[in-house]
Design a protein around this ligand. Structure first.
Ligand code: IMP
Ligand code: MG
Length: 173
């Protein structure tokens, strides 16, 4: 699929910011092991780059939750398409998101995961669009706050395309 993409955040900027977050998480979780929950598919790049740079021991699991439809806005409902493979009971868990937009996905996912009794549950997101928030979400580690623009790249898609771009860009649609 072809469209015009304007680069907003370069690969170098993303790399630097992920390093900083990895250092901060490693300090905050010193002496502990962290379970990263990658929310598929958008968070794959961020999860891998974060995990590689963390200095505390890391385990990973994957979950695919989706809002209905394939448009550029998410609806209020989420569907679990793929659940975690392992229990998170008693573990220090960090949910890794690509972007928080309305907050609807996470505001539903967080209580669901809390029921599984992790020792702790925090959230990191590479991107945050605070202007579009509809549901309250506590986010512990934010990569970049961005304006209300539809962005692609670094795992984020438009109709499954553009995930492979090494930078974050605005898609003109
Ligand atoms: P929320 O439930 O509205 O916070 O939606 C979060 C999900 O919507 C993200 O995990 C993305 O999959 C998708 N999304 C929201 N904004 C964008 C965007 O600008 N580009 C690509 N995907 C987006
Ligand atoms: Mg997503």
């Amino acid at each position: 699929m072809k469209g015009k993409i304007n680069e907003l955040i370069s690969e170098k900027q993303i790399d630097k910011r992920i390093r900083e977050i990895a250092e901060q998480i490693s300090r905050d979780y010193a002496g502990k092991e962290v379970k990263l929950i990658c929310i598929l598919k958008g968070s794959i790049f961020y999860t891998c780059e974060l995990a590689k740079r963390m200095t505390v021991p890391v385990t990973m699991d994957f979950m695919n939750v989706s809002s209905y439809g394939s448009g550029t806005k998410s609806s209020g409902n989420i569907m679990i398409k793929k659940d975690l493979d392992e229990s998170i009971e008693g573990l220090d868990v960090i949910i890794v998101e690509d972007i928080i937009d309305s907050g609807n996905t996470l505001s539903r996912l967080i209580p669901l995961l809390k029921e599984r009794k992790p020792a702790s549950l925090k959230v990191t997101t590479l991107l945050d669009k605070p202007d579009r928030r509809e549901a309250d979400v506590d986010v512990d580690y934010v990569g970049f706050e961005i304006e209300d623009k539809f962005v692609v790249g670094y795992g984020l898609d438009y109709a499954q395309s553009y995930r492979d771009l090494p930078f974050i860009g605005e898609l003109e649609i």
